[in-house]
Design a protein around this ligand. Structure first.
Ligand SMILES: [Zn+2]
Length: 176
């Protein structure tokens, strides 16, 4: 199971301990994968979506909203440096103009430009809107927050901002 693949968020996947398999990104899967997992008998349904079922010629299946692995599997669950985690750390706020943007309008910016030896890591990459990124060019501008590796708790706060995108409010009880 590759959890780093781009996923749609129809169903929350919990580990055997009742907590998400992964937090960053959140372990969510599309409904087809969820139903496929159900048939493997490796998962149990915690909650189905209300009023969402799918039909095949021979049967009707309710689409799960939350499923849990029967066993506990050890996954690496550390705060990994990635594009989405930088956005989450900065709470989708451009670190130059301080405005909050949609993902589509955000870019990653090297605070110290690569041409001046700037590296690609937590300490030098910040969230920037496209406008600021273009305007900044290869200048060095101090971002509003000093970039650093975020703690687990800090990133978890970022998920709270995404709550509105959860397809089922019940997820909140399992994530926070
Ligand atoms: Zn900006």
């Amino acid at each position: 199971m590759n959890l780093n693949k781009k996923m749609s968020n129809d169903c929350l996947l919990l580990n055997g301990n009742g907590k998400p398999v992964s937090y960053f990104p959140l372990s969510t899967i599309d409904w087809k994968t969820a139903i496929r997992l159900l048939f493997t008998k490796n998962v149990i349904v915690i909650k189905n979506h209300e009023k969402w079922s799918v039909r095949s010629p021979s049967m009707e299946v309710e689409v799960p909203s939350i499923i849990m692995l029967r066993r506990f599997h050890k996954f690496q669950n550390y705060v990994k440096f990635s594009r989405s985690n930088v956005f989450l750390r900065d709470m989708y706020r451009c670190q130059y103009c301080e405005n909050i943007f949609d993902l589509k309008q955000l870019t990653l910016d090297h605070m110290i430009p690569r041409c001046k030896g700037g590296q690609t890591n937590w300490e030098n990459i910040v969230t920037s809107c496209k406008t600021c990124n273009t305007a900044k060019g290869s200048k060095i501008i101090k971002p509003i927050n000093e970039p650093k590796k975020p703690s687990f708790a800090h990133l978890l706060n970022g998920h709270k901002l995404n709550k509105k995108d959860f397809p089922d409010e019940a997820w909140i009880d399992y994530i926070f």
